[in-house]
Ligand binder design. Structure first.
Ligand code: SAH
Ligand code: SF4
Length: 368
């Protein structure tokens, strides 16, 4: 993102903050809605082109504000239609965004942090360490670029119908910046997506699951990955702070606040680690009778990692066992293999190169 120090970036500001900004300029609150429509619905970032704002207001805006987007470093298109973007995030680093087209929907997987501090044992982003939180502008900017660049569907709908926070970073560890983004995603003046089509995925920051239930009722996915604390402590270290029982309690409270709301539990399939039928039974016992469904994710390997993907047969048997026990269980299809766009492989190639150059194994930032 190119900084122009003295101008306020209006990208990513929620409606309330924009209204306050216009009030300070002596303008009516509805200007905020007009501006949101220009930026998010028409993709216009130049105030000079916003023809239903008075000339005087456009000049005032030019003097003190701007709409500053993240800078695209690279776009890669996979043979299967998956698209991956790399966005500059400063100091030679980058974050990744992935679009996955399917017959009836198009899912955009967005990043919320540069790296991640939670260090899950099987995740390339975790292996990179934490660098910093993305701003609201940098997060919604990923959506803006995808919406601008991807052609509409034949029926005229936008290519992106669903948004998942499953790129780099832990969204609930960047709570204050994701809330305005969620608001814009569901706002009729911005992207107008249904709340069911926006999913926050978390490895289990319990206090913020509770807050999210009150602040913005979107779909929730929880990265469980193990059916007992001993194993989960190893795979998802945040479990040592918030063990499974505490995590699940917060999930059921989340679901209870919104009727008909299922929580998706993600479970990465790691060969000989968490993929036995006994593990499936243990998992079923935790979730049965609750508003839960399970999404099995075949592990995506990356260099320097000790784990291997469970075989297709093992994954199928595991899924069947969960279904026999009465759970809804699906398996995620792996897409974009030729461009390293799969879950957990996102680490920002630019920063990889920087690290290789510096001869570092891991980039660990000093503080969160
Ligand atoms: N930090 C959040 C969201 C980003 S990760 C979270 O952990 O939920 C999105 C999903 O990808 C999570 O379920 C995560 O556990 C999973 N994942 C991470 N590394 C993976 C890998 N190498 N293969 C498959 N899935 C992986
Ligand atoms: Fe962070 Fe999610 Fe990766 Fe864990 S799986 S290290 S929480 S991005």
């Amino acid at each position: 993102m190119t900084a122009s120090a003295d101008k306020l970036n209006l990208l990513g500001l929620p409606q309330g903050s924009l209204e306050q900004f216009f009030a300070e300029l002596g303008e009516k609150p509805f200007r905020a809605r007009q501006l949101m429509q220009w930026i998010y619905q028409r993709g216009e970032t130049r105030f000079s082109a916003m023809s239903d704002l008075s000339l005087k207001l456009r000049e005032k805006l030019d003097a003190c504000a701007e709409v500053r987007l993240p800078e695209t470093k690279l776009r890669q298109d996979s043979k299967d239609g998956t698209v991956k973007w790399l966005f500059a995030s400063g100091f030679g680093q980058a974050v990744e965004t992935v679009f996955i087209p399917e017959a009836t929907r198009g899912t955009l997987c967005i990043s919320s942090q540069v790296g991640c501090a939670l260090d899950c044992a099987f995740c390339a982003t975790g292996a990179q360490g934490f660098n910093r939180n993305l701003t609201s502008a940098e997060i919604i900017g990923q959506v803006w670029h995808a919406m601008q660049q991807l052609p509409r569907r034949p029926n005229g709908e936008a290519a992106v119908s669903n948004i998942v926070f499953m790129g780099m970073g832990e969204p609930l560890a960047n709570y204050k910046n994701i809330i305005p983004v969620l608001e814009l995603l569901v706002s009729d003046w911005a992207y107008g997506l249904s709340r069911r089509r926006v999913t926050v995925s978390t490895s289990g920051i319990v206090s913020n699951i509770e807050k999210l239930a009150d602040d913005c009722n979107v779909a929730l996915a929880v990265s469980l990955h193990a059916p007992n604390d001993e194993l989960r402590n190893r795979l998802v270290p945040i479990n040592k702070m918030h063990p499974i029982s505490e995590l699940l309690e917060s999930c059921w409270r989340y679901a209870a606040k919104h009727s008909n709301r299922f929580i998706t539990f993600e479970y990465v399939m790691l060969r000989d680690v968490n993929d036995s039928l006994q593990h499936a039974d243990e998992l079923a016992a935790l979730l049965l009778g609750k508003p839960a469904k399970v999404n099995l994710i075949p592990f995506n390997p990356f260099t320097g990692n000790e784990f291997a993907r469970s075989s297709a047969d093992t994954i199928r048997h595991f899924q069947e066992r969960l279904r026999q026990r009465g759970l809804v269980a699906t398996t995620r299809k792996t897409r974009g293999d030729d461009i390293d766009a799969a879950c957990g492989q996102l680490a920002g190639k630019v920063s990889d190169r920087v690290r290789v150059r510096l001869g570092e194994k891991k980039v660990r930032a000093a503080s969160a």
